[in-house]
Design a protein around this ligand. Sequence first.
Ligand code: IMP
Length: 436
Amino acid sequence: MPLTIIVGAQWGDEGKGRVTDLFAAQADVAVRYSGGDNAGHTVTVGAERYKLHLVPSGILCPGAVCVLGSGMVINPEALLREMDGLAARGVDVSPARLKISRAAHLILPCHTALDAAAERARGQGAIGTTLRGIGPAYTDKAARGGLRAEALADPEAGAEQVAALVAEKNRSLTQLYGAEPLDPQAVARQFVEHARRLAPYLADVSLYVYERLQAGARVLAEGAQGTLLDLDHGSYPFVTSSSTTAGGAFAGLGVGPQWTARVVGVAKAFQTRVGSGPMPTELHDEVAQHLRGTGANPWDEYGTTTGRPRRCGWLDGVLLRYAARVNGLTEIVLTKLDILGGLEPLRICTGYLLDGERLAEAPLGAEALARCTPIYEELSGWTGDLQDVRRSADLPEAAQVYVRRVVAIAGVPVAWVSVGPERDQMITIDEESSHD
Ligand code: IMP
């Protein structure tokens, strides 16, 4: 591999955690390059289920060193909670296995408070953020007023910076939003405790990853959220505040693109979204209920981080083709194919109608996308459970046709499909059978 990048090809929640877990078995280094604990990656290993928010899923593969890159925003309290939870289950989270970029930015309680206050103020126009402080932390970063992880190296000096930042943010909280101020000294004291524990994990991530690549290591970059939530290329303003696309990996790690061998896009066999914003193929009928599930199963469509029910609909092939283009996808992993079983007919969106005009490409901007009506291609469905299928030739003919149509519409090969949450419920799709 030298560098394999895994990205979400939709609005997040595509199943990147389990795909990363699959690749991480062959990786020497597993990195996260963007976002923060707004992400929620679920990985199932035998009877064990892990929910990860900040730590790369590679932590569950003992051979991989895990890295949090400079493109991330890290809430020290959330990170320590996650590390403690992993350690309690016997996972090694020592500094030998986990490294934090000194250039990553920190999320402090004032950022989470500001996220909530800003969402309240947006009223009907709320983005539906995860309320983890992501936007305010990236705002500070871009405004050059944020606090970088390097502040953890000197807890006492860092605490002074923290107190000053909280005092400054209190002005926005109280004067702009009429919200309660935070106690700068209490936040600073908490910071000192966190910093003492996290300081040994700080690293020059750009140099570390570069040296490992030079030495022949296989590096796996695990994207968070999805292409359509990218700050530049997503359905702005209903996006997250980071670069979730493949390009974000280079900036968010500090390595050049020449190392890249593969860009793997993870897409569900249907479409989901949490939070507000346009979603042309959204359904509100019994098909949506079928796709979402009841919530009884951990893999049903309810947010890992927030527990919110996800909006569900047919696969949007226009947006998948778009994701293939902006990321330069070399292959797709199509997850949750099994969930489509029992639906008749199946539909895939292959174009839009906007103001009486047929569009083959998605229009730019959330407002235009919200007015698009999907044009669907209908396909036959299948009955029966796919959960025990392990070879592509054993998939029902209709499922094979569905996969081939995805390949043709996206213009990128589907390399695997998943038919269940377990590690082994992943089917390799051979090249010949993936073409029409
Ligand atoms: P934020 O990242 O918390 O600011 O949220 C901005 C938008 O991104 C909201 O619509 C969220 O629901 C969405 N979002 C953020 N993280 C994830 C994720 O991991 N999966 C799916 N949606 C996400």
